[in-house]
Write a protein that binds this ligand. Structure first.
Ligand SMILES: [Zn+2]
Length: 174
């Protein structure tokens, strides 16, 4: 499609030999445009805002022995910025909407293993597979919420049909 950096892939069809097969890559150059992977737990947002407020209090009080990793600050800032954008959207009222989808998540440690040059994640349909670059830290796999959220939205878009294409959110003023 026309948005540079985030594309619906015509090559995925060729690679699979299946006309219905699509690979939807998530490219890092426009990563900040992706939808936030807002988790289903209602406590998640207040908890994050509390941590940000605590951090601000430490900074303003002149505390120098307590530090939050730059990556943590970047993640929280990014989350807050994406939420502000989403929260500014107008919405029609609707009843709770429930759906179930099936996703296979394949985590790799290097972009080259994604199989799509330049992408940090892809969603393949109808395979239902998200391939995503992860990190392994202290024995646990860590993922970027924005990237994972973007690909989950592709899964919802393709498997349910009631969800917007996250590559075309501009069409919804987002
Ligand atoms: Zn996409």
């Amino acid at each position: 499609m026309s948005i540079p950096g985030i594309e619906t892939d015509p090559e995925g069809k060729k690679r699979s030999g299946n006309g219905d097969f699509k690979v939807l890559p998530f490219l890092p150059s426009r990563g900040e445009r992706a939808a936030t992977g807002l988790c289903g737990k209602p406590c998640a947002l207040p908890a994050r805002l509390l941590v940000v407020a605590l951090f601000a209090a430490f900074v303003s009080s002149g505390c120098t022995f307590f530090a939050i990793a730059p990556a943590t600050v970047a993640r929280m800032d990014g989350f807050d910025a994406q939420w502000r954008g989403f929260n500014s959207l107008k919405t029609d009222r609707f009843d709770p909407y429930e759906t179930e989808i099936r996703i296979k998540v394949i985590v790799v440690d290097d972009m080259s293993a994604i199989g799509y040059p330049g992408a940090v994640a892809t969603y393949s349909h109808p395979e239902g597979a998200i391939r995503i670059v992860g990190k392994k830290i202290n024995g646990k796999i860590v993922l970027c919420p924005a990237v994972l959220g973007h690909e989950v939205q592709h899964a919802l878009e393709y498997q349910d049909g009631g969800f917007a294409n996250p590559d075309k959110l501009e069409e919804f003023g987002y």
